[in-house]
Ligand binder design. Structure first.
Ligand code: MRU
Length: 346
């Protein structure tokens, strides 16, 4: 029997965060033990751990690990470490959400003795992880109400268990459906330039026994025209109050294409990814990454000359009106999202 892999967890001794190094997939399964702030930053920045929910859970555990190492004035140092981790990737709000929760917890318990403070922080990061599992499971149940056995589903990037703790968001419905005997035909966009669809989604679905076909991002439109896609499933890194949604670069093209072909485009979103402080997508900071990821990272030889300029935004924003529905752990909401999200989440 295959050993069940995990994405992120607190080490048994509580002194480190353990992650699966996703940059090595699908060729190697190797776990890393992260003990310092620099190691945590590097692992998040380099996408060894990635996907908005997983980054949040990793940051929560990381803050607990780092808290145990503080010897001086606790709160200022804890805040400094939190800011440092948050600066590793700007778009996925789950990261700052988890760090803020750990900071608030520390502030509430700062007058307790050190052992009580650490116990409270451990409980908080464990809750962040457990809540993520529960949210992904609930989202997946709602997602199953939107599809039927035999459907063709297009995915972009990776929003599965590798991007969270269990099930994931966008792929959770497919994984849960598989457990219940549904046969989906999944088409996974390879997701240039970091190939999360090829390296992660096709790996994850293949190992779950789901029928998955890998396609170039540019092939999706033709599949839609051929009538082989009944729905598009994507995750998200930050959802603004009006429903504008940041997700992996290329997501917006999928949504525009889906609209043209009359195919539902669904965004799967735990509440930890909604940012009511962002009024619209224009307020979302989009991470820009090195051009080397386009030209050389996953190629045996460079595909462009070193002096060729690159523009490499890691995410784009899909306009709310292109999104058929947003599936959250509390239910399914539809456009206009300013009202429907506010109603659901108060
Ligand atoms: O750069 P990545 O791999 O962290 O980007 C991940 C995505 O865009 C996912 O779709 C998103 O985080 C949702 S994961 C449940």
């Amino acid at each position: 029997m295959e050993e069940k892999i995990f994405t992120v967890r607190l080490a048994q001794d509580g002194r480190a965060v353990e992650i699966l190094d996703q940059t090595l997939l699908p060729n190697r399964i190797q776990y890393l033990r992260l003990e310092t702030a620099e190691q945590l930053y590097e692992a998040i920045y380099e996408l060894r751990v990635r996907g908005a929910p997983a980054i949040g859970v990793c940051a929560g555990f990381g803050m607990y690990v780092l808290a145990q190492q503080i010897t001086g004035d606790f709160l200022p140092e804890f805040r400094r470490l939190g800011e440092y981790l948050v600066s590793s990737r700007p778009t996925a709000v789950n990261l700052s959400h988890a760090v803020d929760r750990m900071l608030s917890c520390a502030e509430r318990h700062i007058s307790c003795d050190r052992e009580q403070l650490l116990t409270a922080l451990k409980a908080e990061c464990t809750a962040i992880c457990d809540e993520d599992k529960a949210m992904c499971r609930a989202i997946s149940e709602y997602g199953l109400t939107l599809v039927k056995d035999g459907d063709g589903i297009l995915t972009h990037c990776n929003a599965g268990a590798l991007a969270a703790v269990e099930y994931g968001t966008g792929l959770g419905t497919l994984l849960l459906g598989r457990e219940r005997g549904y046969e989906f035909h999944v088409f996974s966009d390879e997701t240039r330039p970091l190939l999360q669809g090829a390296r992660l989604t096709s790996f994850e679905l293949n190992h779950a026994g789901i029928d998955v076909t890998l396609i170039c991002d540019s092939a999706a439109s033709m599949l839609m025209k051929q009538g082989r896609i009944q729905a598009c499933f994507v995750g998200c890194d930050r959802v603004a109050a009006n429903g504008d949604t940041a997700n992996k670069i290329g997501t917006r093209s999928v949504a525009v294409n889906a609209k043209y072909h009359g195919i539902p485009f669904y965004v799967f979103c735990p509440s930890s990814t909604i940012d009511f402080n962002c009024k619209s997508g224009g307020d979302i900071v989009i991470e820009e990454r090195s051009g080397d990821e386009i030209k050389s990272k996953f190629f045996a030889q460079p595909t462009a000359e070193p002096e060729v300029k690159c523009w490499n935004p890691a995410f784009d924003v899909t306009d709310a009106e292109l999104i058929t529905a947003i599936i959250t752990e509390r239910g399914i909401v539809r456009y206009p999202y300013t009202d429907s999200l506010k109603k659901l989440f108060g």
